[in-house]
Design a protein around this ligand. Structure first.
Ligand code: C2O
Length: 533
């Protein structure tokens, strides 16, 4: 194992990933940002220089941060924000994780403005069960994209006028690229030039592991490659018994690895990421929901692909109405849970020591008339500079209700969370610090003893979709001391309160102590004149 050091400088600048120029925030001037690729067991050090004029912080989505809970990056829970003009060093191990993960800012909505990137933890050949199943790999970061920065979008969203309707993406990107039709730009005075698409050069008759990451703010995508099938081998860092699919839905925060075999006629093909319109809360007017990239077989000629998608006749033309996979459009679900099983079997976690129901609702506040999200009638409102980890972790009554803290005292106790979503939009929920078993997921309501469970070797992942008018049931074992967030990964809903937190094993957490630099971050408090959203 090695120690790998990464130096990051965070700056604000402008970028035109799809041709439309807008303000962005970037790490080392890259979008997506620099990838962290290490071998399992390596330790990772990320030295962050915050050259913005606002605070920031970073989260390592999918890493369990075992023994390093204060570097999980959530202001108000496990760290204070990194003030502008200062440095902060994250350090964490990777003993217990492999697979495809990602990092993103976790301060306010900064990641929507560009602070995202891939984390790949390579399993060494001795232990990688798929080492003989692919020849090469590529990382594919898929994201929705907005032509305005989050500042003005939030100002509207957090006003009574929005009635809680989330900002709608204008575009989508594959590895930070796309072509936006400049005639549709709104507001029309935004600078727009021809963008370009991502291109993947592939050799015929080779097997490519494609690591898919949805780093978007809100939209689920349906991923496919024309005239090819995909073999799914990994879900959020969990290797699974391979299954063959035509296309794969991927929600915000989720990751998959698929193996693509280039055994078709050597020509060029479209890679498609179709944005799930039905999964979005309202219908965009100026959006082309199909994001394309080119796959170029060696010897496949120079022209644009002419391949045909499964759900769309012919090559998409400018201005075409955009047909989309009808099944995905109707339900925008995760892939069928009951067909996904980890390669390394693990029995159903039981007996349950704590079971909670968490109900998702939205309502307008009677005082300010702003629509917010609620988990069991609590809308999260933490103080970034008063993180849970610095507070008296015992008893829970000392926390404010709006911090929505749940405590788990007993090591190895099994926690079950029943997430209920009577709401008409879906919600991808992410738990920090764990991969959980997904033991049920479906439409309607979960009924103990009646709903069919995925009880035999259930899927383990860290971000699961709660279908609209539906539910998901997850279980995890409390064996990781820390303060862990559970939240909707539609980033707008983090702002409006669909967030709660677990204080897990407070005694052990206290015994771990807090690094000096973490304590120091909190001493100064918010920068002068800083206004939270
Ligand atoms: Cu990827 Cu708390 O998030």
């Amino acid at each position: 194992p090695r120690n790998r050091i990464f130096f990051w400088k965070v700056t604000s600048t402008t970028l035109a990933p799809d041709g439309v120029t807008r303000p962005v925030i970037l790490v080392n001037e890259k979008y997506p940002g620099p990838r962290i690729e290490v071998n399992r067991g390596d330790s990772v050090t990320v030295v962050v220089e915050n050259a913005l004029d606002v605070p920031t912080s970073f989260h390592w989505h999918g890493l369990t941060m075992r023994d390093d809970p204060w570097y999980d990056g959530v202001p108000g829970m496990n760290q204070c924000p990194i003030p502008p003009g200062t440095n902060f060093t994250y350090a964490f191990g990777t003993d217990n994780v492999v697979g495809t993960h990602w990092w993103h800012a976790h301060f306010e909505n900064q990641y929507i403005d560009g602070l995202v990137g891939a984390i790949i933890i390579q399993d060494p050949p001795e232990t990688n069960p798929f080492r003989l199943a692919y020849d090469e790999e590529r990382t594919i970061v898929i994201s929705d994209w907005y032509h305005l920065p989050t500042g003005p979008l939030l100002a509207h969203y957090l006003s009574p006028e929005s009635q809680g309707i989330e900002p709608v993406p204008n575009s989508g990107l594959i590895n930070g690229k796309n072509i936006f039709d400049c005639s549709k730009v709104q507001p029309a005075n935004l600078e727009c030039n021809p963008g370009e698409r991502s291109v993947f050069h592939f050799l015929p008759n080779r097997r490519y592991r494609l690591r898919l990451i949805n780093s978007g703010a809100a939209a689920a995508f349906l991923f496919s490659i024309d005239e090819h099938k995909l073999q799914v081998i990994e879900v959020d860092g969990t290797d699974i018994n391979p299954i063959l699919v035509d296309s794969l839905p991927i929600n915000t925060g989720q990751r998959y690895s698929v193996i693509l075999t280039t055994n078709q006629e050597p020509k060029n093909y479209w890679m498609r990421a179709e944005m799930g319109m039905a999964c979005l809360p309202n219908t965009p007017t100026n959006l082309d929901p199909i994001v394309l990239a080119e796959i170029r077989y060696q010897g496949g000629g120079k022209g644009e692909p002419t391949s045909v998608g499964r759900f769309q006749p012919g090559t998409p033309k400018k201005g075409d109405p955009a047909p989309i996979n009808p099944a995905f459009e109707a339900a925008c679900l995760d892939p069928d849970l009951y067909s996904l099983h980890p390669l390394q079997p693990q029995p159903l976690l039981e007996p349950i020591s704590k079971s909670i129901r968490v109900q998702i609702t939205f309502k307008a506040d009677p005082v300010d008339n702003i629509t917010r999200g609620y988990l069991n009638d609590i809308t999260y409102a933490g103080n970034a500079w008063r993180p849970t980890i610095l507070q008296n972790l015992d008893p829970v009554e000392t926390f404010e209700i709006a911090q929505h803290v749940m405590k788990i005292d007993k090591r190895d106790s099994i926690v079950q969370i029943i997430l209920e979503n009577p709401h008409g939009g879906e919600h991808p929920f992410h738990l920090h610090g764990h991969t959980f078993q997904v033991i049920a997921q479906g439409q309607g309501v979960y009924e103990e003893g009646k709903t069919e469970l995925n009880a035999i070797n259930p899927l383990r992942r860290d971000t699961a979709t709660i279908p609209r008018h539906g539910f998901a049931v997850i279980r995890f074992k409390a064996d990781n001391p820390g303060v862990w967030s559970l939240h909707c990964h539609i980033e707008w809903h983090v702002t409006t309160g669909l967030v709660m937190q677990f204080v897990e094993l407070p005694d052990e957490l206290r015994a771990l102590g807090l690094p000096k630099q973490s304590a120091k971050l909190c001493e100064a408090g918010p920068p002068k004149g800083f206004k939270a959203h």
